[in-house]
Write a protein that binds this ligand. Structure first.
Ligand SMILES: NC(=O)C1=CN([C@@H]2O[C@H](COP(=O)(O)OP(=O)(O)OC[C@H]3O[C@@H](n4cnc5c(N)ncnc54)[C@H](OP(=O)(O)O)[C@@H]3O)[C@@H](O)[C@H]2O)[C@@H](O)CC1
Ligand SMILES: Nc1ncnc2c1ncn2[C@@H]1O[C@H](COP(=O)(O)OP(=O)(O)O)[C@@H](O)[C@H]1O
Ligand SMILES: [K+]
Length: 516
């Protein structure tokens, strides 16, 4: 499923209008009617017993949708109070037409009346203040209404956003704020109803975690999506099945381990690589750590390697087609030397995580010279990302003062362009991006929420799973996308109480559910 920016959605709408598929009025009618149908489907009790609704209309076409919604609710027997920000005379044409139609059915009150402090008497509040046209932070009555939504409008049954919660940037999922000292303001909704395809903001940052509530997509008869649009990440099911071949045809992954007492992270990664289906997995440990690892490993092979030369000697074996390193290695020059050895052969894939990333915090460009144009995946969490890409991270943490705001997807794309390889930027809204701009959001929100993944070692398992899929012949982008999806799915299936060790053990059930 594609995830659109506001500009992409506008272009699709414009193309539909210009080609005569539909007029703007028709699209607005379908949008408003679709929102009402979606709400009543979402909460059937609201369909059985019409109550009282407040519709908050803004000065653009999002407000226009609001007037259509008001009309359809009223036709279904609802008592409807309509509040408008600004004057009817200033509305754009389609919204103005729908405003006139509403005025034949009911009154329009200024938004300031909805913003006053009295307890809401409404069973339903429709937030049609701003949609994809939001350019700056909310002010005045709109800001007060958004703030009231955090208290559920003083007792309202449900708050429903049209397209996006007002105040939230549709491209980034971030609430706009003028100054760092200003609190960001956006409506906190129980349901968001959007059109054609989801926007990126429904999947990134605060969008899914704090603002949108549930999300429903309404078909308004538009067709097509731009080729460059981002997608929702998926598991690449056909590539995951194993039908033919012996163990060597499924690749050989090498995981580099830390020293004595520091091998847990590498063992977790190795287990992830093996369970995801790599034909062979070898863990390479310093001689002093061999007994410790031998007592913990069976199917995973173990090799003793002494220093950087030891790693290079092992990597003479061309059948080892991917190396994963970083977890448990420690930050410093020695780890940089290991990265150099791991990346010496251009044909081999690599996954760099944790200390393999942080070791380059003083000289990220040294790392990028090694990774550019290579089959490499970097898997930073936000902290590691900030060390490698400080200028990019700064844009992401600076207050989003203007829409469209810089997004996590923009950040991952910028980083992939700098490093010249695949970036997987972690979190519940994990983004995978390639230097050519291809990007997916592997979303652990809504029905796929799995907050139990925020546990020590989960990232190490993910690095191993990516390596395992690269070993199996996946393109590094697909490996990162599929592994992140499987990782979440394993956590989702296991549920509360999950620890990192459980993730690889859950993969067989995930594969069975995929029908493999
Ligand atoms: N695309 C489609 O296919 C379809 C789109 N549809 C609907 O249209 C919506 C997009 O409509 P839209 O472009 O008119 O933008 P919208 O969000 O209503 O706001 C723009 C107005 O707000 C103003 N403004 C901005 N920020 C502000 C602030 N902080 N405080 C105050 N003012 C602010 C801005 O003024 P300006 O920035 O120019 O000063 C402008 O006047 C979309 O979300 C969907 O609901 C559907 O009907 C059917 C199909
Ligand atoms: N709230 C969350 N919901 C879903 N996944 C999460 C959440 N928080 C973290 N994750 C995922 O858990 C993993 C944690 O990795 P990381 O931060 O590297 O931890 P560690 O270094 O301890 O292994 C990442 O894959 C990340 O995307
Ligand atoms: K809205």
């Amino acid at each position: 499923m594609e995830l659109l920016t506001a500009a992409e959605m506008r272009a699709i709408e414009r193309a539909a209008i210009e080609s005569g598929v539909a007029t703007g009025r028709e699209l607005m009618e379908r949008a408003g009617r679709g929102v009402v149908a979606a709400i009543l489907d979402w909460r059937p009790a609201l369909a059985r017993a019409p109550g009282r609704a407040a519709v908050l209309c803004g000065p653009g076409n999002n407000g226009g949708d609001g007037f259509v919604i008001a009309r359809h609710l009223k036709m279904r027997g609802w008592a409807v109070d309509v509040f408008l920000l600004g004057a009817p005379a200033n509305l754009p044409p389609d919204a103005a037409e729908n405003c006139s139609l509403w005025r034949e059915m009911g009154a329009i009150r200024p938004l300031t009346e909805a913003a006053d402090g009295r307890r809401s008497v409404h069973d339903l509040v429709i937030d049609a203040l701003f949609g994809t046209g939001l350019t700056r932070p909310l002010e005045g009555a709109a800001r007060v209404c958004a703030a009231r939504s955090w208290r559920r409008f003083g007792g309202a049954g449900a708050v429903v956003a049209v397209d996006v919660p007002s105040g939230m940037c549709a491209d980034s999922g971030r609430a706009l704020q003028a100054e760092p000292s200003d609190e960001a303001a956006a409506t906190k909704c129980d349901l968001t109803v959007t059109f054609h395809h989801e926007r990126l903001g429904h999947r990134l940052a605060q969008g899914p975690s704090q603002l949108c509530g549930d999300v429903r997509v309404v078909d308004i008869g538009l067709a097509g999506v731009p080729a460059a649009a981002a997608r929702l990440g998926a598991p690449n099911r056909p590539g995951l099945s194993k039908t033919i071949g012996h163990k060597y045809s499924h690749g050989h992954a090498l995981i580099l381990s830390g020293g004595v007492g520091r091998g847990g992270a590498a063992r977790l990664a190795a287990r992830g690589a093996l369970r995801v289906g790599a034909g062979l997995v070898t863990l390479a440990a310093p001689p002093a750590a061999i007994i410790e690892n031998a007592s913990r490993l069976d199917a995973i092979m173990l090799r003793s390697v002494k220093g950087i030369e030891g790693i290079s000697e092992l990597l003479v074996d061309r059948r080892i087609n991917v190396v994963a390193l970083g977890p448990g290695l420690g930050v410093g020059e020695n780890t940089c030397a290991k990265v150099g050895a791991a990346l010496a052969n251009e044909e081999r894939g690599a996954v760099l995580d944790a200390d393999a990333l942080s070791s380059y915090q003083d000289e990220p460009e040294t790392l990028f010279r090694l990774t550019r144009g290579r089959s490499v995946v970097l898997t930073p969490h936000m902290g590691e990302f900030g060390r490698l890409f400080p200028a990019v991270a700064e844009k992401l943490v600076a207050p989003a003062a203007r829409g469209p705001a810089f997004s996590k997807l923009d950040a991952a794309r910028a980083a992939a362009a700098l490093a010249g390889c695949i970036i997987l930027l972690k979190g519940p809204d994990t983004v995978v991006a390639a230097p050519d701009g291809e990007a997916v959001v592997v979303s652990a929100h809504y029905e796929r929420a799995c907050p139990w993944l925020a546990t020590a070692g989960a990232g190490d398992v993910l690095a191993g799973m990516i390596a395992g899929l690269i070993a199996r012949g996946f393109h590094p982008f697909r490996a990162a996308e599929s592994a992140a999806w499987l990782h979440q799915e394993a956590a989702r299936g296991f549920g509360p109480g999950l620890i990192a060790e459980d993730i690889p053990e859950r993969l067989p059930a995930v594969f069975r559910d995929l029908g493999l």
